[in-house]
Design a protein around this ligand. Structure first.
Ligand SMILES: C[S@@+](CC[C@H](N)C(=O)[O-])C[C@H]1O[C@@H](n2cnc3c(N)ncnc32)[C@H](O)[C@@H]1O
Length: 307
């Protein structure tokens, strides 16, 4: 299933917190006692002790995954990095080592607290800014590179939020569910080539970087993952997003049909004609109201295009 992801449920949270505990102990920041006292009620000691795989945070037992992500993101020492969903901060630490500044957007307030206390009093503290909130509802700050390991159900809205973001960034490195990733990078003729592929590839160059099997995670999710690189095209193509979206919808209206046969369907033709007339009328109105007679000038109007 495309949108099947895994939210950090109680077990996942426990595992993430335990990962944090171990790394904090290693760093000598806290003792186990203070850590357990500071846990929210949900994460009581017996629950943590019951966890079958206590070792690893959600990004996985394979720390090479984090290293590969950082390495492949090509972060420069002058870069501002946007991290989405930092969790307990294992990846955040690597990002702080590579870049100038990390802005981390995290939904879970308990994770935000853990993250802040993990880096408090370390040389990283003044180079980390943590924003608590839902990334989909947050105004994104300026950034050069985005790194995200997110719940898979927000893959699509997050991708389009990033693609719409201005000023444009250099690169995003994102972990997606494997099938979603393969649809993003699919080329014409591939079985998975779809509206998502066309829409994304209009605005960005997309490439598959890394396969991450489910066994890299504790607990293992039901699906495999992939890391994808998204590089916005510069300059951004000038299209009317609604017209473009309407056109692409028509192109993919019937599975296994050629474009030729789709554009011979009577309903499609009459819909296109109606849309064309609506857009022409709008353009004339707009040109009239701005006093311009140049009807060839591209317009930025918003209209409803039937599909
Ligand atoms: C899969 S975990 C990744 C944790 C960490 N980045 C790692 O690699 O170990 C996803 C994280 O995203 C956070 N998250 C979930 N939905 C979010 C949203 N809409 N906005 C921001 N963060 C979100 C979760 O609270 C969780 O910490």
């Amino acid at each position: 299933m495309l949108d099947e992801g895994f939210e950090p449920d109680i077990v996942t949270h426990n595992i993430m917190l335990e990962g944090l505990l171990r790394s904090k102990k290693r760093e000598g920041i806290i003792t186990g006692g203070t850590f357990f006292k500071s846990l929210p009620r949900r994460h009581t000691l017996p629950q943590i002790q019951r966890t079958t795989h206590p070792q690893e945070p959600i990004v996985g037992k394979n720390t090479d995954v984090g290293d590969s992500i950082v390495q492949k993101s090509g972060i420069k020492s002058t870069d501002v990095v946007l991290e989405i969903g930092p969790g307990t901060g294992n990846l955040t630490k690597k990002l702080l080592e590579a870049g100038k500044m990390v802005v981390a957007i995290e939904l879970d307030p308990r994770m935000v607290l853990e993250l802040q206390s993990r880096f408090q009093g370390t040389p990283f503290s003044n180079r980390l800014k943590v924003i608590q909130g839902d990334v989909l509802k947050t105004d994104l700050p300026y950034f050069d590179i985005c790194v995200a390991n997110i719940p898979y159900q927000i893959s699509s809205p997050l991708t389009f939020k990033l693609l719409n973001h201005q000023p444009s960034f250099r690169r995003a490195i994102i972990m997606f569910q494997r099938e979603f990733a393969m649809r993003l990078v699919a080329q014409p003729g591939d079985t998975l080539y779809c509206r998502l592929s066309v829409k994304t590839q209009l605005y960005a160059r997309v490439s598959h970087l890394l396969k991450v099997g489910k066994n890299n995670f504790r607990p293992p999710p039901k699906v495999d993952s992939s890391v994808v690189r998204i590089e916005p095209r510069k300059p951004c193509p000038q299209v009317n997003p609604k017209e473009w979206d309407g056109f692409i919808r028509i192109c993919f209206i019937r599975k296994n049909k050629t474009l030729g046969s789709i554009f011979r369907i009577k309903n499609v033709l009459s819909m296109l004609e109606k849309n064309y007339k609506t857009l022409q009328a709008l353009q004339q109105l707009q040109n009239g109201s701005s006093g311009s007679r140049n009807s060839d000038r591209p317009t930025n109007h918003r209209t409803t295009v039937e599909t």
